[in-house]
Ligand binder design. Structure first.
Ligand SMILES: *[C@@H]1O[C@H](CO)[C@@H](O)[C@H](O)[C@H]1NC(C)=O
Ligand SMILES: *[C@@H]1O[C@H](CO)[C@@H](O)[C@H](O)[C@H]1NC(C)=O
Length: 221
């Protein structure tokens, strides 16, 4: 094989790998994890043995626990993440979703999902929503009831209820395990050395201490 051909083949293989950077395609209709093998935990989503498909029932494909808001944090945000851990029928299907309710003025702090693009649908209320791209451009506006917005995979995004009534938002992810990293916690609540944070943000040790203390108890983590 000529060296040129080998290089072309290598580039082609790399492109195939990049194109496949998502949940694997299912190799059967569905795979409801077999409860015999223990509780479903996020880290084990894709390696759980399926139960015999002849034992699947309609109820395995119906989720009824997001009809009302979840438990509100001190900051007024309630989320119900729905993934194979609480809805086993989703296993291997490459998607998951979330219900978020925000009290008037409440925020969903900047965060990102390393493994999924999110599409959000404002079911009720007025929600300032947006994301920041890798050139630090902000794409944000107030969404009204019925509006849908996309948060591309891996990009930081945020929401704030700017109405005077509670708002409800549904989000869907193109991964059964999107992951979620909250920026305030990743920076100030993860144990990064204070000296580095002081230099990165140009803040004093006292200011860094206040940020660390302030964020976590308020439920922004
Ligand atoms: C699944 O269940 C069907 C019907 O009970 C049975 O015939 C089949 O052998 C089972 N398959 C496995 C792999 O256990
Ligand atoms: C809300 O809190 C109760 C009591 O701790 C708990 O049983 C329930 O599962 C929680 N609901 C959600 C959606 O997390």
């Amino acid at each position: 094989m000529s060296p040129k051909l080998i290089v072309l083949l290598a580039i082609f293989s790399l492109q195939c790998l990049l194109a496949l950077a998502s949940d694997p395609d299912p190799v059967q209709d569905f795979c409801i994890p077999n409860p015999k093998y223990g509780a479903i935990r996020p880290a084990r989503f894709t390696i759980l043995p399926c139960k015999n498909s002849s034992e699947a029932t309609t109820d395995d494909f119906v989720f009824s626990s997001m009809k009302s808001a979840g438990n509100f944090s001190e900051t007024g945000l309630a989320t119900i993440p729905v993934n194979p851990a609480n809805f086993p029928g989703l296993n291997t299907l490459g998607m998951s979703f979330v219900r978020a309710d925000l009290k008037a003025g409440a925020i969903n702090p900047p965060h990102f999902h390393p493994r999924a693009t999110e599409i959000t649908h404002v079911v009720q209320g007025s929600v300032y929503s947006g994301f920041v791209d890798s050139s630090n451009r902000v794409f944000a506006r107030v969404l009204e009831q019925g509006d849908v917005m996309i948060f591309p995979r891996g990009l930081a995004h945020f929401q704030m209820n700017v109405g005077d009534k509670p708002s409800t938002v549904f989000g869907s992810f193109n991964s059964q395990n999107p992951g979620s990293q909250k920026i305030p916690t990743a920076i100030f609540g993860s144990g990064i050395d204070d000296e580095l944070l002081e230099k990165a943000f140009g803040l004093s040790p006292k200011q860094i201490g206040m940020l660390k203390k302030g964020l976590i108890p308020k439920g922004l983590n």
